[in-house]
Ligand binder design. Structure first.
Ligand SMILES: C=C(O[C@@H]1C=C(C(=O)O)C=C[C@H]1O)C(=O)O
Length: 294
């Protein structure tokens, strides 16, 4: 399995066992590696010859699948909806939660009800949570006339996801924090699907079938290996117990409830004006340093 790591400066989670500098024209799918702790169960036990992995943050990963640079990955659900028939589901899997997500936060210096007109900084990693925040601003918190800005700009609140959010939760200086999974559950009583494993519809069927089998098997084994993951991924801000609680909080195989939650999100989002955040090159993003966990 060959892995390219343009993202390696951003997260402390990269694993050298995957790193090689020897590109080959192998008959393997090019697959996105979501290097967040919340996605570790997919990759920890993935056979080394199952695919070629490329690490990218969620928004950039969706752009790479859309352009054909990658063929598969756990894509932000808002982008899965947008890509429509260009992609199809792999294994009925992804990242979902019912209630707290524990790593998708609006951190704020003011209560959320007072954010109308405020500058809200948004991580360039996100494609879905920013859309969830737009829904919550309208349907739950009645926040209007806010402006989404970059992390380096002046802001009152910041939307942060994944490992950087875990880090900020431990070390951050914001007075208020709102878990977007909790807020969604308050609003709808439903699970929220953040990401779904998909593959491009034009990917060769034989490669897709064999990768899908490997991925399902790896994830089942990965979910049985949370203790091992916890030992490896515990750090000064998260004990082994914290890591295990965090990982076990997610649903990785979807049932009917996840799909109902997904459709509800699609519906609520479709009622808002069409808008999506710019696709930034990872290297352009000034927040790389601001939210680095490495
Ligand atoms: C639960 C999370 O969901 C993530 C949030 C995403 C987004 O906002 O676009 C995309 C992928 C998910 O892994 C998280 O990052 O903590």
């Amino acid at each position: 399995m060959r892995v390219v790591y343009p993202w390696s400066v951003m997260l402390s989670t990269t694993r050298s066992r995957y790193m090689t500098t020897n590109p080959s024209d192998s008959q393997l799918l090019k697959v996105g590696h979501m290097a967040y702790l919340n996605s570790e169960v997919f990759y920890r036990k993935l056979a080394t010859n199952a695919c070629d992995l490329v690490a990218l943050p969620p928004r950039a990963m969706a752009a790479a699948v859309e352009s054909g640079e990658l063929q598969a990955g756990p894509l932000p659900i808002a982008e899965v909806h947008r890509l429509g028939g260009k992609v199809r589901s792999l294994g009925n899997m992804g990242v979902a939660c019912t209630g707290p997500a524990m790593s998708v936060f609006l951190f704020s210096h003011k209560p959320v009800e007072d954010l109308s007109g405020a500058n809200i900084a948004v991580t360039s990693h996100t494609a879905t949570s920013i859309q969830l925040l737009r829904v919550l601003f309208v349907d739950l918190w009645s926040v209007a006339d806010h402006k989404f800005v970059e992390m380096a700009d002046d802001h009152v609140s910041a939307l942060v996801i994944g490992d950087p959010a875990l880090q900020m939760l431990a070390n951050g200086s914001y007075e208020y924090s709102y878990d977007l999974g909790t807020a969604w559950h308050e609003l709808t009583g439903l699970p929220f699907v953040f990401a779904e494993w998909v593959v491009r519809s034009d990917a060769p069927e034989n490669l897709v079938d064999s990768f899908e089998r490997s991925l399902i098997q790896a994830t089942q084994t990965g979910m049985e290996s949370v203790e091992e993951i916890s030992k490896i991924r515990a750090n000064e801000s998260m004990s082994e117990n914290d890591v295990a609680t965090y990982v076990r909080n997610f649903s990785y195989f979807f049932g009917p409830d996840e799909r109902v939650g997904q459709q509800e999100f699609k519906l609520r989002l479709s009622k808002l004006p069409e808008w999506r955040p710019a696709v930034l090159s990872v290297n352009d993003s000034s927040e790389t340093r601001a939210v680095s966990t490495s």
